[in-house]
Design a protein around this ligand. Structure first.
Ligand code: SF4
Length: 647
């Protein structure tokens, strides 16, 4: 029984003239599930239907391009022509059928796209390339500006015709409206540039046109970045003024976010950015508008207790929980049913969602393998034939496989040779800013423990175990182990693995060399630097942390510089001597002396002895996760899910 009482989060609210049943908003998140010309697909519908069923008050459909020149992703939703209305209507009907309200976010990417995506030249207020997209945009003419104002208006009309309850004008994150508003991206000398009054002109014209098209009996929300977090960009002082103007222009609610593409880590914040990072900005904007319209706040709000606190303190009127709903679409329902401990929390990893989107792939979620595949799997219906399933290994893949097999009605036995479940997730949660992984580990363990799964802890399974249990299927999830490179001197006592360091099973001296500058090497370096060690990372490639998603990586590299971690790229440790290491560089060799500890972080190899020994058994044997090929947690969990489901 949960002692905490949720009151504000579950309270209805009016966003004139729309009533929302609770204060939880699903903010727009591009999925890449639409067709290439921007039409709704069945997958897109089922994904939203699942969130609506989960109890969210208001769903905001992803950034939806109002004009072909504003498309930002290959399979993004569009609302730029009337032919798209029937598909959008089928979406709003499905969501309404589950009791949620639905908004569409009207957007134009401006310079934050490429001609490869749009099929036409990139346009912007001024010919200044986005530092991330790096394509020189063409300056919009006055006629083109009028055309785009009209495009926003027509998109709003289509939204109303398609049955949306509201539209959200996307004025945040460095997209076109934000580009006009900001001195960082708008260097025009005509009536749309220069003074703040002029830079506000385009977004305010869009608001006016949208209102004209939808009339007074329809809610219009505006999303804005309260700060841009770039030199010369918009500050809170500017946006407080702009917020007032928006309210005067008849906006019904403001949605407060932050960042532009150059400061992307503030748009989709990795775990190193604090939870609730925009709450104070939302409160400042709310104060600037005297609370005249509701304020929505976004920004790593994943904990319903935090959400309730924000609302109770009056810092915002609604909370937008985006990735939290990718990880667990039923979060609002679980809050209302006092089952908060059952929530599968987002861990801020970005691996399944934004890292994939930035590779122009469709999104999913590391923690929730069903995200984006809701129509393909019916987890609640038992499998046709109940089977006895032996899962060997209690890491992320094994836990997920056991959980799903049990949910499907199978009889499951789980073997784990360690004294604790969780496998490498326990190690992965040790470096700085990674502790939220523990939330997912705890969720999986709780789910497994509360089911009928027989858990055999501290027991190593072998061929005999399989023969004794005689299961109908074996799922091998034995993981991986660190590779020890064949470097002369590697067998000395001062040589340890990154895993041993992170587990705390070895002592580490003051001067440390880490061999390998991938994710594990860099994170271990930061972990040790935080303990006051003097750390050097030696990497063969010409860059470090190349296996890390771009937003997380940018923050990690900055911190490594701040923490004075020495990085040697295009360098190879040739020998570990009694004194230190001999490094082979492009131009000869160098010896670093006085090294107390050498840490190996050059990758892992499959722990597949058991798998090999089970070959030839008369029982189907399936392998998942690292014991097939060492990869990321997302691969282990998703493989565990799919394999168990298909039994
Ligand atoms: Fe959260 Fe990671 Fe899932 Fe994205 S992939 S929603 S960051 S848990």
């Amino acid at each position: 029984m949960n002692a905490f009482k949720f009151e504000k989060v579950l309270e209805p609210i009016q966003i004139e003239p729309m009533k929302v049943k609770n204060r939880i908003v699903m903010p727009s998140m591009v999925t890449n599930y639409a067709t290439t010309d921007g039409a709704v697909t069945e997958r897109f519908k089922t994904y939203h239907q699942t969130r609506a069923k989960g109890g969210v008050g208001l769903i905001t459909v992803e950034a939806t391009y109002v004009h072909p020149s504003g498309k930002g992703f290959q399979n993004q939703l569009g609302i730029y022509k009337d032919e798209l209305i029937p598909g959008l209507k089928s979406l709003t009907e499905v969501v309404h059928g589950c009791g949620a309200k639905i908004a569409v976010q009207l957007y134009h990417a401006g310079r934050q796209t490429t001609s490869k995506v749009t099929g036409m030249s990139v346009v912007a207020p001024s010919p200044i390339p986005c530092p991330v997209k790096q394509e020189m945009p063409r300056e919009l003419s006055l006629d083109e500006i009028k055309e785009l104002v009209e495009a926003f208006g027509q998109a709003a009309r289509r939204a109303k015709e398609a049955g949306f309850d509201t539209v959200e004008i996307h004025g945040a994150h460095g997209y076109l409206l934000n580009q006009f508003l900001s001195p960082y991206s708008n260097k025009r000398t005509d009536e749309y540039g220069g003074a703040f009054e002029n830079r506000m002109r385009f977004p305010l014209e869009v608001v006016k046109k949208v209102r004209e098209e939808v009339g007074e009996d329809f809610a219009v929300i505006y999303r804005m970045s309260a700060e841009e977090y770039v030199p010369g960009g918009l500050t809170l002082e500017d946006t407080r003024v702009f917020a007032r103007k928006l309210v005067e222009a008849g906006i019904d609610a403001l949605h407060i976010s932050g960042g532009v593409y150059e400061s992307s880590a503030m748009i989709i914040q990795p775990a190193a950015i604090p939870q609730g990072c925009f709450v104070e900005n939302a409160a400042a904007i709310k104060e600037a508008i005297n609370g005249e319209v509701p304020v929505i706040v976004v920004g790593r709000i994943k904990d319903p207790v935090m959400a309730e606190q924000i609302l109770r303190e009056g810092k915002a009127d609604l909370v937008a929980m985006g990735r939290a709903l990718l990880a667990d679409p039923e979060l609002p329902k679980k809050v209302s049913e006092d089952k908060v401990e059952e929530i599968r929390k987002c861990i801020g990893c970005n691996q399944g969602c934004i890292d994939r989107l930035f590779q122009d792939l469709d999104i999913t979620c590391l923690a929730n393998a069903l995200t984006g595949y809701e129509a393909e799997f019916d987890i609640e219906t038992p499998a046709e034939k109940k089977k006895k399933v032996l899962v060997i290994g209690g890491g992320p893949g094994g836990l997920e496989a056991a959980r799903v097999a049990a949910l499907r009605g199978h009889e499951v036995v789980l073997y784990e040779k360690q004294a604790e479940l969780g496998g490498q997730m326990r190690i992965a949660a040790v470096p700085p800013y990674k502790e939220e992984i523990n939330d997912l580990t705890a969720f999986l363990i709780n789910q497994v423990k509360k089911s009928d799964i027989v858990i055999e802890m501290g027991r190593e399974a072998d061929e005999r175990t399989v023969q004794e249990i005689r299961p109908d299927a074996v799922i091998v999830a034995t993981g991986s182990e660190p590779i020890i490179p064949k470097i002369p001197g590697v067998d000395q006592e001062k040589v340890v693995t990154a895993h041993e360091v992170l587990m705390g099973s070895v002592s580490v001296g003051e001067k440390v060399v880490i061999i390998g500058g991938g994710l594990v090497g860099c994170e271990t370096a930061e972990f040790l630097a935080d303990k006051g060690k003097q750390v050097t990372v030696v990497e063969m490639l010409d860059d470090i942390a190349v296996d890390v998603g771009s937003l997380t990586r940018a923050l990690l590299l900055n911190r490594m510089v701040e923490k004075k971690i020495t990085v040697l790229t295009k360098s190879k440790v040739r020998e570990i001597t009694a004194e230190g290491v001999i490094i082979e560089k492009e131009k000869g060799t160098e010896e670093i002396t006085g090294i107390d500890t050498v840490v190996i972080a050059v990758g892992s190899r499959p722990r597949d002895n058991l798998l090999k020994s089970l070959k030839g058994q008369d029982i189907p044997v399936y392998a998942i996760g690292d014991c097939v090929k060492p990869r990321k947690i997302i691969d282990a969990i998703h493989e565990g899910f799919r394999r168990a489901y298909s039994l």
